[in-house]
Design a binder for this molecule. Structure first.
Ligand SMILES: C[S@@+](CC[C@H](N)C(=O)[O-])C[C@H]1O[C@@H](n2cnc3c(N)ncnc32)[C@H](O)[C@@H]1O
Length: 254
């Protein structure tokens, strides 16, 4: 009865499950509240540390300089913000934005422990409704965040609005492996090993099952490129990394 009342366009996916659109963000938040304290450790274990190389590549492509204003969107525990804070220096500003207070607090603690005190600000907000005026940032970066948003297109429009003309968008996320053999091995690892690592380390296999499923539901390289183009961004290009397991999409607002 309850299901019948929900129109098709109010259904979205949460991993492989279809769920009413209005609860997706609540379900995603629950996942990140649960995994937050083990988030950094799990990233290193699951990716054998390779996520650090992917993030470093994003930073290299960012063209961020001294004095820039940068938005680390869905920034979580702040890996990108740490690196951006060094690039923007004392005259610049990094905003670490996340809608999950547990992730955000852990990020803030991590950066403070590293002595990063002055040029990073923390904002709890939804990526689909950015609390900034238009033409604010030189650069907006999202790593492993977009996949979790309910309204990806809405968020991309918001990013376009808050970027300055000439500003750069960078999106790092999991993507589609380019070889069949790698796909088979990657599927075996993702569906059979990752939830088990989640169970042992974070006492939570379900959240890591969601992670694996959400990766499979994320738009592939070309689809995401076309989504970004449809918003009005220019010079959209992507780089496959580790055989397409992850991809970095870059674009400009002119
Ligand atoms: C996989 S973590 C990525 C964290 C960090 N960017 C990194 O690369 O390690 C995804 C983050 O996206 C955040 N998130 C999910 N949906 C969001 C939304 N609608 N608005 C803002 N943040 C969101 C989660 O709270 C979580 O911290």
């Amino acid at each position: 009865m309850y299901k019948k009342k929900i129109k098709k366009n109010t259904i979205t996916h949460f991993g492989f499950q279809n769920v009413p659109t209005f609860i997706k963000s609540y379900l995603v938040s629950n996942v990140f509240h649960k995994v937050a304290t083990k988030y950094d450790l799990m990233n290193d274990l699951m990716s054998f540390g390779i996520h650090r190389i992917w993030k470093q590549f994003l930073i290299q492509q960012s063209e961020v300089h001294n004095g820039y204003k940068v938005l680390d969107l869905a920034g979580g525990t702040g890996d990108l913000s740490i690196k951006f804070s060094k690039l923007v220096g004392k005259k610049g500003i990094v905003i670490l934005l996340d809608n999950n207070d547990t992730m955000l607090r852990l990020g803030q603690k991590k950066l403070r422990n590293l002595g990063i005190l002055n040029n990073v600000h923390y904002i709890q907000a939804n990526a689909e409704f950015l609390p900034f005026s238009e033409n604010t940032f030189n650069c907006v970066a999202i790593s492993f965040g977009l996949r979790n948003f309910t309204y990806k297109q809405k968020s991309l429009y918001e990013i376009y609005r808050v970027l300055r003309p000439g500003g750069k968008l960078l999106i790092l996320d999991f993507s589609i492996p380019t070889s069949k053999l790698l796909t088979i091995l990657y599927d075996l690892y993702s569906f059979h090993i990752i939830p088990k690592i989640g169970k042992i380390i974070a006492q939570d296999s379900k959240s890591y099952q969601y992670l694996v499923e959400s990766i499979r539901m994320h738009p592939d390289q070309e689809t995401l490129k076309n989504m970004i183009l449809s918003i009005g961004f220019n010079d959209v290009q992507y780089f496959n990394m580790t055989g397409g397991i992850a991809a970095l999409h870059c674009a400009y607002k002119y």
